[in-house]
Design a binder for this molecule. Structure first.
Ligand SMILES: [Fe+2]
Ligand SMILES: [Fe+2]
Length: 136
């Protein structure tokens, strides 16, 4: 089953970014499914590790666009990315010491909410700036 549903209103309008976002949603869904299916801790642990790596790669991609186009709000946006990586790394640590479904659900719920809010409030804000500079 799907926990996080992609909806069209999450489209930013920059192809590479939208592809990344869809992938991130499917990774979080996969994490949720793994929990429901009762996958073992090492499997889930490794998956969370790759989710963090993929999230960082996505942030790097957005930040490269910011540098390339001198996006004025890039410092604040980067700070949001850094905060998320710090929080998810912390949640991963917690999972390592307490591999309970409650712990995992808390992380999944947090990721879900964060992604939706960040895409809606922050990612959508840079789209016009990038598009005006030929990135779409
Ligand atoms: Fe993003
Ligand atoms: Fe972002």
């Amino acid at each position: 089953m799907s926990l996080v549903a992609w909806s069209e209103d999450l489209t930013v309008g920059v192809a590479a970014v939208d592809a990344d976002h869809r992938k991130l949603f499917s990774l979080v869904n996969y994490l949720y499914d793994s929990m429901i299916l009762g996958k073992e801790k090492p499997v889930i642990d490794e998956f969370i590790g790759s989710l963090v790596v993929y999230t960082q790669q996505h942030f790097d991609r957005e930040e490269a666009f910011f540098e390339e186009t001198a996006y004025p709000d890039r410092a604040a946006h980067k700070k949001e990315h850094e905060d998320l990586i710090a929080q998810i790394t912390e949640a991963h640590k917690k999972y390592k010491s307490d591999a309970s479904s409650t712990q995992l659900l808390e992380m999944i719920g947090f990721l879900n909410k964060w992604m939706i809010e960040h895409i809606r409030k922050s990612d959508k804000k840079y789209a016009p700036h990038l598009k005006e500079r030929g990135i779409s």
